[in-house]
Structures are given as structure tokens and as C-alpha cells.
Design a protein around this ligand. Sequence first.
Ligand code: HEC
Ligand SMILES: [Cu+2]
Length: 352
Amino acid sequence: MWRRVTAPQLLQTDTTDSYGMKPILIFGVEAIAGTYFSSPTNIFAPASTPARSIFDLSLLVLAVTGAIFLVVFTLLVYAVSKFRRRTDDAQEPAQVYGSNQIELAWTVIPILIVAALFMATARVIADTEKVTAPKNSIAVIAIGHQFWWEFRYPGLGVAAVNELHVPLSEPAYATPTFITLLSADTDHSFWVPRLAGKTDLIPNHPNEMWIDPHETGVFLGQCAQFCGVQHAKMLLRVYVQPRSEFDRWVEEQKQPARLSTDPSEGQRIFESTACINCHNVAGTPANGSFGPDLTHLMSRDTIAAGAAANTPANLRLWIRNPNAIKPGSLMPAMQMSDHDLDAICAYLETLR
Ligand code: HEC
Ligand SMILES: [Cu+2]
């Protein structure tokens, strides 16, 4: 239905066609963007279909508004220089009162332009939203917490924290990831600019989105909705892996924590402290769910939703005083002695 209304050639935004026939301008912009702004959150370097659709649409909007700017600015400069005040100006210039043609033109043309941009936008929204999950897609439930992310894979029986792992989706054999967005507390927003637009995580209102990354690598993002003091450090990391690597990761996450039969001192301290009311370590008495699951803590590159690299020093600092890394974090400083802290850290470092 949308297809019929967008007649002008200019509005060729169909995201599937645009791979084949792309105006020179777009190639140029993409090349420049790719070379000069290779930031991991670059909105001009889409690596997944929804992000690509938004990118193509934004180029169309930029082209149309850029053309309007050029026309208006040129006319303005012309009028300002041609009709500037001259010292030898004795009489008034000719006075023109009202012109139906001009009034009509500058009412109707902008309406047409806005209508066309509206149609193009509506088409991208419809094309992105109407997609239903194919059989070989990966289902993920993303739950926003103040200020970290929980990812559950109901079909695979695993879960992840802050670092979402998804398989590469090859054009020949698409394996997109469909994400259901939920929230445990307040509004959050899932935004990984190179993969898709923003979608909010709203309590009691499940939202859906999908990505089909065409490139492997780590894609960065961030909670894009102000959800509390540490919203700015609620970062997102999406690991796009070749299928075999992704499957290996799933197998590793399925394993329970590798624990020795004789619990270490650190494990005993951990299990006799309030830590276990908030954290889960599969196969141990620790089964809290207020904070991130720590069963495979060491398999993550970062801690505290990307706020710090997962190094022994940062881990120790985090447990001694979470506010030193993330002021306003909802994990309390537990006031532990240096001895207990070292023991707990040694234990946590065995959770692979
Ligand atoms: C009141 C609940 C609570 C208690 C008690 C608590 N934590 Fe946490 N913990 C959290 C929350 C919430 C986070 C996530 C903070 C964030 O990223 O904003 C967290 C994060 C962590 C992380 C980082 C995990 C990751 O992958 O990002 C570690 C490690 C951790 N806690 C260890 C501990 C240890 C050890 C103790 C006991 C000494 C403890 N926690 C006690 C709530 C708690
Ligand atoms: Cu948030």
C-alpha cells in the first residue's frame, strides 16, 4: 500500500532495493562516513537491516532538506545583495501586495514535501515492524534493571549479563535475533546504533525488536532513556559471532559453575554474606536475582554494565566500593576487611 503512494523517483528508499541500485551520492557519503567516523556507535555505518533502513531514510531526509536549504539560502543571498540599500536610492521600490500564485506555491510545495517524507518514514517503520520471526531466529528476552542488562535465551536455556551474544546473520542463511524487551523497574531503552534504532523497555508493556548483524565484532550501545542516576553508565555490548563460536559460547554458559568439592575460604565468606541475597551462582546456595548472575562472571570482558574492564583490580575496587566505579549503583558497599575482600575476589575469579 505504501509503495503505490510514493511515486517520485527521489523517494526510492525501499531498503531491499537500495542494495542493488544506489545513487552515487549515497556511496560517497558511506565511504566518507566509514573512513572518518569509524566510532563503534557510528549511526552512519549500519551493520544490520533495521539500522540500514534508518540510515537510508536519513540520507533521503538529509538530501531533501539539504536541497531546500540550498534553494532558500541562494534566494536569500540573491535578494540581500540585489535589493540592498543604495545611497543613490531616491524613491521607494515597487510595492507588491499579495500574489495568489506565490502564496499557493509556498503552501502547497511544503505540504507535498512533508507528505512525501511522512510516507517514506511510515514505510520504513512498517517494513521494520511487520517482520515476524523466522524459524531459525534466536529469541532473546532483554530485561532492563537499574543500571544493568539481563538477557535470557528461552530457546537455548542460557542467560547473559550486559554482554549480549548473537550469531552472525549471513544473507544466504539469515539467523536474526528477535528481542523481547521487558523492564524490572523503570523505563530503559535498548540502543545499539549500528544494529537498530532505539526501542524502550517499559514495565508491564513488552516491546519487540530485531537485529540481523551482517558483520562479526563487538557493537556498542547504551541505555537511551534516563532511568536514574547511573543511566549514563548502563552500557550495552553486543558480540556478533560466527555460528560455531556462538554455539560454543552457549555450551559454556550452560555449564554450572566449576566448583571444587571443598569450598574455598572466599566461597564460604561469599555464601555467609548478603551477596547471595542479590546474586546467583548456579549450583550453590547463592540464588538472588536482584543483581547480575555471577555463575560465569569471568566470561565477561567488563563488569558493571561496561563501566569497567573485568580485571582483578577493578573487581576488587567494585566490591570494596561500587560507587567508586558507578556512583549511585544499587549494589551496597559491604564494608569488608581487606582479608575477606581478597578471599572473595579469589573465589569470584574462579567463576568462569
Ligand atoms: C542489595 C543487593 C546486592 C548485594 C547485597 C550485593 N550486590 Fe553485587 N550487584 C548488585 C547489583 C544491583 C549489581 C549491578 C550494578 C550495576 O551494574 O549497576 C551488582 C553487581 C555486582 C558485580 C558485577 C557483575 C557484572 O557482571 O557486572 C559483582 C562482581 C558483584 N556485584 C559482586 C558482589 C559481591 C561479592 C557481593 C557481596 C560482598 C555483592 N555483590 C553484594 C546488587 C548487590
Ligand atoms: Cu536504563
